[in-house]
Design a binder for this molecule. Structure first.
Ligand code: AP5
Length: 213
């Protein structure tokens, strides 16, 4: 394994709403490594109107975008200076072809994934988390209308793919497409599982312990 516990290449895997973004923001700030979220990168491209309309339609419908789209985003991102000490991948890879492509991209740079953490949350909790999620457009902070209410001055955004009809489709897509991903990483001895239910701070403590090993 390369680097200190805070300087690793960490992959966070979990269904939509399992708290990947919330947890990634908490640990990356402490560890001083960047959070690389393919979902955030795609949404930024959407805001900048640079996202291929076909991919935009797929995202809004709750489907995964093609592997090559996200692989090229990662290929371009990981050479940045801030990735030198390590980085945390949030929502990538999601399929075995993406995981194999990542291994290839890293090995060409003399690097490798150090640890993969799977965040488990029951489906009924995920539905409640997602339909009440709101994000502050100004700060990128993630809120929940009930569990983690936003301040009065937040500029709230309700993600197009968080509408009740789409949320179920995203959970189905996650289950179908990651069914082979978790055994892939388990076979490589990299997979650790944590319970994603509980207060966000409690989940952070489990994540930190899982990454430290
Ligand atoms: P992406 O943005 O990656 O979305 P996702 O995986 O569906 O995950 P979410 O962002 O919905 O949830 P999260 O786990 O980050 O939860 P959060 O912390 O926000 O992807 C979006 C789309 O982009 C995909 O559908 C696809 O189209 C495309 N895409 C992205 N990557 C791709 C890839 N690799 N391949 C192909 N397509 C790709 O928390 C959720 C809510 O729960 C919040 O309200 C939060 O406040 C609350 N919460 C968090 N923790 C807790 C807790 N402990 N207790 C109670 N509530 C909590």
């Amino acid at each position: 394994m390369g680097g200190t516990s805070e300087h690793k290449i960490v992959v966070l895997v979990g269904p939509p709403g399992s708290g990947k973004g919330t947890q990634a923001k908490a640990v990356c700030e402490t560890w001083g490594i960047p959070q690389i979220s393919t979902g955030d990168m795609l949404r930024e491209a959407k805001r900048n109107k640079t996202l291929d309309p076909k991919w935009l339609a797929m995202m809004d419908a709750g489907q995964l975008v093609p592997d090559e789209a996200v692989i090229s985003l990662i290929d371009n991102r990981i050479d940045a200076e801030d990735c030198k000490p390590g980085f945390l991948l949030d929502g990538f890879p999601r399929t075995v072809p993406q995981a194999e492509a990542l291994a290839g991209l890293l090995s060409r740079r003399g690097r490798q994934v150090d640890v993969v953490v799977q965040v488990d949350v029951p489906r009924e909790d995920l539905l409640v988390r997602l339909v009440h999620r709101r994000t502050d457009k100004k700060t990128g902070k993630i809120y929940h209308l009930v569990y983690s209410p936003p301040p009065a001055d937040a500029e709230l955004e309700h993600r197009a793919d968080d509408m009740p009809d789409t949320v179920g489709k995203r959970l189905d897509a996650y289950e179908a497409m990651t069914a082979a991903l978790l055994p892939y990483y388990e076979g490589k001895g990299l997979l650790r599982r944590i319970d994603g239910v509980g207060k966000p701070d409690e989940v952070t403590a489990r994540l930190v312990a899982a990454v430290r090993g």
